[in-house]
Design a protein around this ligand. Structure first.
Ligand code: 23J
Ligand code: MN
Length: 263
């Protein structure tokens, strides 16, 4: 079938609902959970503010519009390679220079939600990924890989989402070896439903924050705070996860959309 016929079929299936567009995005506003770094280590991303310019009033009689105050790494968002020091030198490592052909790709949804529910410090290992591949099929070059933890069910409470105690944050993520395994498969990127691409315990790993360190070292992308992965099949969906074209941006909130075959 020719490419233009495929697109025509796609248009028909989108119109009929035979292909569903699943919104893998959480709400972006003042109540969106934000990363909290140890204050002695670093400055945090600021609170999200949505400022009114006008709403059919003396500041704009016929129109409503807002202006935004928010960090690039807020809510459901994209990590570009330049976000991390290991990825600082890629000319195509910024939000305005990356190749958008890469960000529309098949998505592998690794469902370890039961394990994450039982243990919020769950770490995804190479063995977990290999077992998933034995059941669902191999992860291929150019594909997205996301961990389904169902962490989005906690997103209406920042405390539950960050899950911090005196020992730090408790949230699932990959081991360094698991990230390297996926990089060796030449994936386009790795996504999490938690506050960042790394586990809560990742600051103590080798290297620290291995998802950030290794993904961006290899010009791969990250996705964080993904929602509704429980509505995706393990394989077969196509994920569209594109950042705003922020000039020299290191990341951006996204509207993550998955195309899913129904029926
Ligand atoms: C800055 C420093 C550490 C981390 C992060 C940002 C993120 O998770 C992020 O949003 O990229 S862990
Ligand atoms: Mn980020």
């Amino acid at each position: 079938m020719s490419a233009s016929n495929v697109l025509q079929q796609l248009a028909g299936l989108l119109a009929s609902g035979g292909i569903e567009v699943v919104d893998c995005t959480g709400p972006l506003g003042p109540d969106t959970p934000l990363l909290k770094l140890p204050p002695e280590l670093a400055r945090d991303t600021p609170p999200i503010k949505i400022h009114r310019i006008s709403e059919y009033d003396q500041d704009g009689p016929f129109w409503a519009w807002n202006w935004l105050e928010l960090g690039e790494h807020s809510g459901t968002h994209f990590d570009a390679p330049h976000h991390w020091i290991t990825g600082k030198d890629f000319p195509d490592g910024y939000t305005d220079t990356l190749n958008v052909q890469r960000v529309v790709a098949p998505v592998n949804v690794l469902d370890f939600s039961a394990e994450c529910d039982a243990n919020p410090d769950f770490l995804l290992t190479v063995d977990h990924i290999k077992a998933w591949e034995a059941e669902h099929g191999e992860i291929k070059a150019g594909e997205w890989v996301v961990l389904r933890s169902d962490w989005d069910k906690r997103a209406d409470s920042e405390a539950a989402f960050l899950n911090m105690d005196e020992n730090g944050p408790h949230s699932p993520g990959p081991t360094a070896e698991a990230v390297q395994y996926l990089i060796d498969k030449d994936i386009v990127g790795w996504g999490s439903q938690c506050i960042g691409t790394d586990a809560g315990s990742a600051g103590g790993m080798t290297p620290p924050f291995p998802a950030h360190n290794l993904l961006h070292l290899n010009n791969k992308f990250g996705l964080a705070s993904l929602a509704n992965l429980d509505r995706l099949p393990p394989k077969g969906a196509i994920l569209i996860a594109a950042p705003l074209k922020i000039v020299r941006g290191t990341g951006s909130p996204i509207r993550a959309l998955a195309l899913v075959a129904r029926g």
